[in-house]
Ligand binder design. Structure first.
Ligand code: ADP
Ligand code: MG
Length: 281
């Protein structure tokens, strides 16, 4: 059996007491936790070792740990420590209290100004990662959390890749990500550039924030993939021309001509209201 699961024991190595479930994803459950000594709150991501081994994910998890340990950024969730029991691995993380951006969206789309604020914070995190050769590869509103000030934090580096893992042609080959956010070149299985794939999913996120729905969607997965590969989407009438232009630059099916993060940072819609010099650093 799963062997004295931590839920029953309540105590994680005498260091953390687990509370309610904060969220779950494809591979993990995340619980609220309290540091027994300091009384401080944290979030603990629990991953079953069995699932890791069965899924051949040991290398991914190791990578997630080493990547997250290296990242220190105001818009990236901080990993504080990694613990393990016989059956599970636990990631102790900074607690982000405001929930997923995804659940805010279910109450309706955002204004262009609010979308811009979230998007600027997302790009600041992505730009930081890319400059260190780290690609997230699973950027979507479920992995974007909001803190108590309403600021965005990127989490879940479970699928991220480091640039030293690329093949001899310098391209990544793993099929990953979430269907609606996946870039056309991944579907084409020809190998891809991790940075361009993140830009594509940032484009989907930007669309979703402003529209309240996905640009490429279909109950039939194959039909959705077809739309993605053809770049078949329409901006709603309420998008400003500047926003439409930027989205067109991000959801360009050709990774060669698609915007880079540096180009996004120079975009007029993106820069509106920014105290440029301080941010661009
Ligand atoms: P998976 O790899 O299985 O997708 P995630 O790391 O995305 O797991 O975590 C699953 C969910 O748990 C997230 O979508 C979010 O709702 C919640 N969560 C993750 N990390 C935190 C955190 N640091 N603080 C608060 N909630 C979190
Ligand atoms: Mg996730």
């Amino acid at each position: 059996a799963e062997g004295g699961g931590i839920r029953e024991e309540k105590v994680l190595f005498g260091k953390y007491e687990l509370g309610r479930l904060l969220g779950r994803g494809a591979f993990a459950k995340v619980y609220l936790a309290k540091d027994v000594r300091s009384g401080e709150s944290a979030a603990v991501k629990c991953i079953s070792k069995q699932r890791i081994i069965k899924g051949g994910l040991a290398a991914n998890i190791k990578r997630e740990i080493s990547i997250m340990r290296r990242l220190r950024h105001p818009h990236i969730v901080r990993l504080t420590e990694v613990l393990a029991s016989r059956s599970k691995i636990y990631f102790v993380m900074e607690l982000v209290k405001g929930g997923e951006l995804f659940s805010r969206l279910s109450r309706g789309r955002f204004s262009e100004d609010l979308s811009r604020r979230y998007f600027q914070q997302l790009i600041s995190a992505v730009s930081y990662c890319h400059s260190r050769g780290v690609f997230h590869r699973d950027l979507k509103p479920e992995n974007l959390l909001l803190d108590e000030n309403g600021d965005l934090k990127v989490t879940d580096f479970g699928l991220s890749a480091v640039s030293d893992q690329t093949g001899h042609d310098g391209l990544l080959h793993t099929l990953c990500g979430t269907p609606a956010y996946v870039a056309p070149e991944i579907l084409a299985k020809k190998g891809y550039d991790g940075a361009k794939v993140d830009v594509w999913s940032c484009g989907i996120v930007l669309f979703v924030l402003n529209a309240g729905y996905l640009p490429f969607n279909d109950p039939n997965l194959m039909a959705m993939y077809k739309k993605i590969c053809r770049g078949e989407f329409r901006c709603p009438r309420w998008f400003s021309p500047e926003l439409k232009r930027l989205i067109g630059r991000l959801l360009d099916t050709n990774p060669e001509t698609r915007s880079t993060v540096e180009e996004i940072i120079r975009d007029p819609w993106f820069r509106k209201g920014l105290d440029g010099e301080r941010w661009a650093a």
